[in-house]
Design a protein around this ligand. Structure first.
Ligand SMILES: Cc1cc2nc3c(=O)[nH]c(=O)nc-3n(C[C@H](O)[C@H](O)[C@H](O)COP(=O)(O)O)c2cc1C
Length: 349
């Protein structure tokens, strides 16, 4: 008798006869003549067998990522947000990922929503957890000579550091939006002078052009998180939320911005020009990164050390029971494992 040692007999495996008959039934539905082959990769099936090992650990933000994925800043301030955050923190602990919190502004106003952000007991000490505040709040705190409150906030939730989000267009669209008048570079500089923990800078879904990227990469920030155009778009979201139609007048601004792909090209060119003059050498590639294959392509294409980040993709799986989220993350990991074994990025400049 021959024993099949390599077959993948999971709980959903069909008996051989059923499988063969399904192949015949589905063959016509599986034609790809009108589908485009993914031109981002060379597919090299000759050079490797199926991956046996787990993903290699990556040192990033001075911690170890067992999975090169970042849970992008999302939420806090509601009961549902608490459940989402707790599920996401549990997944980060289980799979070795890092997490950015959504805006911690509610913690500047009081302690009622503390538990939404109190994730260190869940995520543990091994994985990075970052607090999050907007440039507008930071400008306000500095104007009131209350920079010390940033430190108190980060310490209160035992975060590793702070993410500063830069969201001028979202604020412009929002009827109740904030205004800030100093440049974000200036405000982030003051944050760096005030705190001793690491600082990450991000957009919220429209990315940044080359001169903004260059300015931030020259500063001693821990990482730049793209928040690129192509996924969740907060200008659009605020327009949809605005009942009196004021925001509709700014509609053309919704399509302004830079995709993650474009931002990787900017980063590579800036790194080529500036080399070791860059003080920041870590990138979270986020914004419209829909699949593990996008993440693989973008991180492999980036010449600085990079992980990829997702917000809305995680959100879809984080609001219900944990098992759904677990399956989602495991499928990202398995997708990355097979991609690493079989796919080489084309035109990797
Ligand atoms: C529900 C939700 C809430 C968000 N809240 C914040 C926030 O408080 N602070 C922040 O920096 N970004 C926030 N973001 C933006 C994300 O971090 C991310 O930059 C953006 O959604 C693009 O990523 P995506 O295309 O993977 O969704 C939020 C995103 C979502 C979906």
């Amino acid at each position: 008798m021959v024993t099949l040692i390599a077959s993948n007999q999971g709980p959903h495996a069909q008996p051989l006869e059923e499988r063969k008959s399904a192949h015949i039934d589905l063959a016509f539905a599986s034609q790809t003549e009108h589908a485009q082959a993914d031109s981002r990769f060379y597919y090299e099936p000759a050079l490797s067998g199926h991956p046996r090992s787990e993903l290699a650990p990556l040192s990033f933000l001075k911690k170890t990522f067992r999975t090169p994925i970042w849970v992008s800043s999302m939420t806090g301030g509601t009961e549902m947000a608490k459940i989402i955050n707790q599920n996401l923190a549990r997944a980060c602990a289980e799979f070795g990922m890092g997490m950015g919190l959504g805006s911690c502004r509610p913690l500047l106003e009081g302690n009622e929503r503390f538990e939404d952000f109190n994730l260190r007991p869940i995520i543990g000490n091994e994985q990075p957890l970052y607090a999050n505040l907007g440039v507008a709040q930071l400008e306000e705190l500095f104007a009131a000579k209350q920079g010390h409150r940033i430190i108190e906030l980060v310490e209160s939730i035992q975060a590793d550091g702070l993410i500063v989000h830069i969201n001028p267009l979202q604020e412009w669209f929002q009827p109740e939006g904030d205004r800030y008048f100093r440049s974000p570079v200036d405000i982030v500089s003051e944050v760096l002078d005030t705190v001793s923990f690491p600082v990450i800078v991000k957009e919220v879904g429209q990315g940044m052009g080359p001169e903004s990227i260059r300015a931030f990469l020259k500063m001693p920030i821990a990482a730049l998180d793209f928040g690129a155009f192509g996924g969740t778009n907060f200008s659009k979201l605020e327009m949809l939320r605005d009942k009196n139609g004021r925001a509709t007048r700014f509609e053309p601004l919704i399509t302004v911005g830079h995709t993650a792909y474009e931002m990787v090209q900017f980063v590579n060119e800036i790194y080529r020009q500036e080399g070791d003059k860059l003080a920041c050498k870590e990138i979270i590639i986020s914004g419209g990164v829909n699949t593990f294959l996008d993440g693989y392509y973008l991180t492999e294409s980036c010449h600085l050390s990079a992980v990829y980040g997702q917000a809305s993709a995680f959100l879809k799986h984080a609001a219900g029971n944990y098992e759904d989220l677990r399956i989602y993350v495991q499928s990202q990991i398995d997708g990355l494992r097979v991609a690493k074994a079989m796919l080489k990025v084309r035109n990797n400049q």
